[in-house]
Design a protein around this ligand. Structure first.
Ligand code: 5AD
Ligand code: SF4
Length: 480
């Protein structure tokens, strides 16, 4: 199918002119930086796919590119500040090359379009999360007319279901299964920047997973702002996960992010049934106080949440658990802060992502009075982080000497002499690249060092709060 027929079939902008500029040249370069959550990384792959149909190839060389795009995040103020700072850095590239095109994609484009347009003169393109199909056309128009390109409409139907993302070669891949969020937590900007919930066709997702398995992918994340409110015809997220796990037995499946309100027993049953679904749940609690949860419009109580945690542990012994916590939501008292610490002690999470509350314009909480002073804010967040670190270390220390299956995913970020892999409950493990040979005895058919994509038994010999360290064990190769 040609690019144009694809666009028309999709019922999206069939009004687009065939791009003059883009049809002439087939060797244009685009450089993209991605900020924020995995959804944004997955969206970057979609943008690259849309652009590749019009002759653009990704480059990692910012000094030799036709277009620079920043795919941005608005979740907290510091995420936005990072991008603003980067925009200041990027001015020098525009000065050097006046033809260089600079675009802002994603949540900041949606939320801060006016500010970007009026105050950041270096920005040429502003494209929100539901308008990525327009990027090549906006670039064309800019080149032909000099007009800045703005497309920030949110859609009730756009899921990019027909677009095959341009993925980096590797063993891990993301599949976006739904977009947007209807929960309207009072602190969160996502419903405003990413719009209403909509889900992709179930068969298309399963087929995408199968294709990835055929291409050698061994680890797939199903992604959405709120994956467990996925709904397509009569199927829910549990049905989707069940069908995908069955269709790709050679792939380890994980998902993020889920909301406690939508986490069903049926979903836990599906997770318990399939050995290729990670024994891991990330379930944001946000606060240990029922009053604050109500203020946040989280739709559950601490006791509801605890029931889900207990059930998960009963149904999936050894399940890895992590959470998100926001400290110092407006009006949080010292006692309510202590309730959050109590929940952390009771659940004993493997890990937690902890954030200081950041007021976001347009959200309901923005209008609440921020009660804590800076010192209290810092102390409460520190207490949460210190407690969680202590628990994570205690849990991880118990793993020293044990052997567990690890999927080797990539080189370690800190050193090319080490690999990074993950256990079934999503703990990252650092393994020496040139450690003992993976020998034939474990089922691998040759004597060789570890390689990315291997699923091997690793004996843990050292830990910290976030990472395990180990070496291949006697009988090396393993499977889900
Ligand atoms: N301030 C601080 N943290 C926030 N999060 C979302 N919005 C805010 C905010 N305004 C956190 C929540 C959510 C995670 C993705 O980001 O904990 O689960
Ligand atoms: Fe934001 Fe709440 Fe939706 Fe998560 S569930 S994206 S925190 S509104």
């Amino acid at each position: 199918m040609t690019d144009i027929s694809r666009l028309i079939l999709n019922n999206t902008p069939s009004v687009y002119p065939v791009s003059k500029f883009n049809r002439i040249s087939n060797d244009k370069k685009v450089y993209i930086e991605t900020y924020g959550c995995q959804m944004n990384y997955s969206d970057t792959e979609i943008v690259l796919s849309v652009l590749s149909d019009f002759g653009y190839n990704e480059t990692s060389d910012i000094n030799d590119t036709d277009v620079i795009l920043l795919n941005t995040c608005s979740i907290r103020e510091n995420a936005e500040n990072k991008v603003y700072k980067r925009l200041d850095d990027l001015k020098k590239y525009k000065k050097r090359n006046p033809n260089l095109i600079l675009g802002i994609l994603g949540c900041m484009a949606e939320r801060l379009r006016n500010d970007l347009l009026e105050k950041r003169k270096v920005v040429d393109l502003i494209v929100g999360p539901d308008e990525y199909r327009k990027v090549p056309h906006l670039i064309d128009n800019l080149i032909e007319t000099g007009e800045k390109g703005i497309a920030v409409k949110l859609s009730r139907v756009e899921t990019y279901d027909d677009i095959t993302p341009v993925r980096k070669k590797g063993v891990t891949a993301w599949i976006s299964i739904m977009r947007g969020c209807d929960k309207f937590c009072t602190f969160c900007v996502v419903p405003f920047t990413r719009g209403r919930e909509r889900s992709r066709n179930l068969d298309n997702i399963v087929n995408e997973a199968k294709r990835l398995q055929d291409e050698g992918v061994r680890d797939i994340w199903l992604l959405g702002q709120n994956v467990n409110s996925y709904r397509f015809e009569n199927s829910d997220f549990a049905d989707l996960l069940d069908k995908t796990a069955e269709a790709v037995p050679g792939v380890r499946l994980r998902y993020t992010t889920s909301h406690p309100y939508d986490l069903s027993v049926k979903l836990l049953e599906v997770m318990a049934k399939h050995s290729n679904i990670c024994n891991y749940i990330h379930l944001p609690i946000q606060s240990g106080s029922d009053r604050i949860l109500k203020e946040m419009n989280r739709l559950y109580t601490v006791s509801d949440y605890m029931k889900v945690m207990r059930l998960a542990r009963e149904m999936m012994p050894g399940v890895g658990l992590s959470t998100d916590i926001i400290s110092c939501f407006p009006s949080e008292t010292e006692d309510e802060h202590k309730m959050t610490l109590d929940v952390i002690r009771e659940v004993r999470y493997d890990g937690a992502y902890t954030f200081a509350y950041s007021p976001r314009e347009n959200t309901k909480a923005y209008f609440l009075k921020d009660t804590a002073d800076e010192e209290t804010k810092k102390r409460r967040l520190d207490e949460i982080i210190t407690l969680q670190r202590k628990i994570s270390v205690e849990i991880n220390q118990k793993l020293i000497g044990s052997t567990m299956p690890v999927l080797i995913e990539s080189l370690s970020k800190k050193s090319d002499d080490f690999y990074m892999g993950r256990t079934d409950c999503n703990k990252s493990v650092i393994v020496s690249k040139t450690g003992p040979f993976v020998s034939g005895s474990g089922g691998l058919n040759q004597n060789r060092y570890l390689e990315i994509g291997d699923m091997v038994n690793i004996k843990i010999n050292k830990v910290n709060s976030a990472t395990l360290f180990g070496e291949p064990a006697e009988s090396h190769e393993t499977h889900f």
